[in-house]
Design a protein around this ligand. Structure first.
Ligand SMILES: Cc1cc2nc3c(=O)[nH]c(=O)nc-3n(C[C@H](O)[C@H](O)[C@H](O)COP(=O)(O)O)c2cc1C
Length: 359
């Protein structure tokens, strides 16, 4: 298939004084966009900014061990954003100050999480139901720190309340540096399709801050469509990066040259998997690393066309030795379709849906 035509790209994306090296960003995926995964996509290249999973601002202030692990970074992981959630302006501002001490480049406020536990408590997407409280919270955070503060939100609570354009405009006035917009409402969860006109309305509502379009971008063609139909300056990609961590590099190549190389071969994907495991093992030791790794390996192995039975068996590995034996077996068997060094056929990989009420 020939690459899509390139739209007229706007200039480099600026988050206040911070210039992003590409307009293709890694969207936060709780439980997946951990430091080891971020290092992997960074090594492949093309990522303009990566963000942590959402972090509880209150837990951050208690320096809870698991929470501190979530905000760990690495020289390869720059520029780097931490996403925080909460409903109390002072707690959010204190958390932001702490993050600046820890060296983050930019702070993102979560205003899109649909999970009841978060949205029901007035944080995440729940913030879209409280105009004055939300603007006060954002302003308090913006005024607390010198680094750029951004907001990630949905189109609105439901189709009757598409408040994202209003919020984007007001956020710009109080100094928010950029907004990312997942083109669905809270009510939609992950169902239906992303509304490109809805994202466009947000682009049209702001004067000059960048709008990051987000949702269902799985290929260069999808990103081309999002940029040309919405006018967004940047695109963030979540689930598709699990199946194809090369997508950011492909997008940059396409932007610069009009064409792009295929995603990694079987052998390259295997190397990447092993590298990610080594990052996990280095940080957590092999017992926890294996548990964390099985979840990510699920995506890699599907993309690599490893036989279904072997993929199932891999979910049972318990020790580093068992894991290495399983990897050796994958290497020996190769893909069920294609070869180790050629272009693998694209497959549709089911993505996590994040059920609205159960997250
Ligand atoms: C499993 C999962 C976890 C997510 N975690 C977060 C999160 O921590 N913070 C956030 O702002 N969005 C989160 N999202 C939403 C994504 O960042 C993104 O907005 C959404 O998946 C649509 O983009 P995509 O189609 O490129 O994945 C999550 C989505 C999924 C599926």
């Amino acid at each position: 298939m020939s690459p899509p035509p390139r739209p007229a790209f706007p200039g480099p994306v600026q988050y206040g004084p911070l210039t992003l090296t590409s307009r293709y960003l890694l969207s936060p995926l709780a439980g997946f966009t951990t430091l080891p995964f971020r290092r992997i996509v960074r090594r492949i290249g093309g990522v303009g900014l990566a963000t942590t999973d959402l972090v509880n601002a209150r837990a951050l202030l208690t320096r809870n061990e698991r929470t501190m692990q979530m905000v760990e970074t690495h020289p390869e992981d720059r520029p780097f954003a931490v996403q925080i959630f909460g409903s109390e302006p002072d707690v959010m501002a204190d958390a932001a100050r702490l993050l600046v001490e820890l060296g983050v480049d930019t702070i993102d406020i979560n205003m899109g999480c649909p999970v009841n536990r978060i949205a029901g408590a007035g944080a995440g997407a729940g913030m879209m139901c409280n105009t004055s409280g939300t603007l006060k919270l954002a302003q308090t955070v913006v005024e607390a720190v010198k680094v750029p503060v951004t907001v990630k939100m949905r189109l609105g609570w439901d189709s009757e309340n598409l408040t994202a354009p209003f919020f984007a405009r007001e956020f710009e006035k109080i100094g928010v540096a950029a907004v990312a917009i997942h083109g669905r409402t809270r009510e939609q969860g992950f169902s239906g399709t992303v509304s490109l006109p809805g994202i466009r309305a947000v682009v049209e509502a702001v004067e000059k801050i960048p709008v990051v379009g987000n949702g269902d971008v799985r290929s260069v063609a999808d990103a081309a469509k999002m940029i040309s139909e919405t006018g967004c300056q940047a695109v963030s990609i979540g689930r598709a990066a699990l199946a194809n961590p090369w997508i950011f590099r492909q997008l940059c190549e396409w932007e610069q040259t009009g064409s792009f190389a295929p995603a990694g071969t079987f052998d390259e994907r295997l190397e990447l998997m092993l590298l990610q495991y080594s990052f996990l093992e280095e940080r957590y030791g092999s017992d926890r690393a294996i548990i964390l790794f099985r979840k990510m390996a699920h995506w890699y192995l599907k993309g690599m066309r490893v036989q279904k039975k072997m993929r199932g068996d891999f979910q049972q590995v318990r020790t580093a030795d068992e894991m290495r034996a399983a990897i050796a077996a994958f290497r020996a068997a190769g893909p069920v379709d294609g070869n180790r060094t050629g272009v693998l056929k694209d497959v549709e990989i089911a993505v996590p849906k994040g059920p609205v009420d159960k997250w």
